[in-house]
Design a binder for this molecule. Structure first.
Ligand code: HEC
Length: 159
């Protein structure tokens, strides 16, 4: 590489690398291994206006389990997954019985770093249950920030 070329290319690469570090890794991808995660808790709410409607199954990898059990802080590498299933009323039972239907949405929180400034260190992602297509994940961090006492995680470990 000539000196002139190096003078342009090397700073450009440095800026790119620094930029990536500032922005941090993006949204988590689909958590393919979540079926091997531990069960944290479940919750059923058939009101369609709640943030995670239907039957919600919350799971965590080993690091995530440790964080939830101590109610935060969570170590980098922690992954929490909330799987939203349609809540189906059972016609053959009394009308309070609800079973799980189709998988509607898979929500993911991945801890990538310790919190710094306004950045909680969590990355949020959402995927459609059937097509696994990525869904917008804009409002997640703002609402989860309300759970500040438990490091942005609402669910508690169910014994
Ligand atoms: C308006 C508030 C709100 C918004 C917006 C929201 N959540 Fe949640 N989330 C909750 C609450 C509350 C729970 C606990 C379960 C419940 O009661 O619904 C939860 C649970 C979760 C969990 C299980 C871990 C935990 O904190 O309990 C994950 C993972 C999750 N949400 C991811 C997401 C993602 C990804 C988005 C954005 C696409 C999102 N959430 C948007 C309120 C919200």
């Amino acid at each position: 590489m000539t000196r002139a070329l190096a003078a342009v290319v090397i700073p450009a690469v440095l800026v790119l690398v620094a930029g990536c570090r500032l922005v941090g890794p993006g949204q988590p991808g689909f958590p393919w291994d979540y079926r091997g995660f531990a069960l944290v808790t479940t919750r059923t709410d058939l009101d369609p206006t709640v943030p995670h409607p239907g039957v919600l199954v919350v799971l965590a990898n080993d690091e995530g389990v440790e964080g939830v059990r101590r109610a935060g802080p969570h170590d980098p590498g922690s992954v929490l997954v909330a799987v939203g299933y349609e809540g189906v009323r059972r016609a053959d039972a009394d009308d309070t019985a609800v079973t799980i239907g189709e998988r509607r949405t898979v929500w993911t929180m991945r801890r990538v770093a310790a919190p710094r400034g306004d950045d909680s260190g969590w990355r949020f992602g959402a995927h459609a249950g059937e097509t696994l297509k990525r869904l917008p994940a804009d409002g997640c961090a703002g609402c989860h920030a309300r759970a500040v006492e438990t490091d942005h995680v609402f669910s508690r470990w169910a014994e």
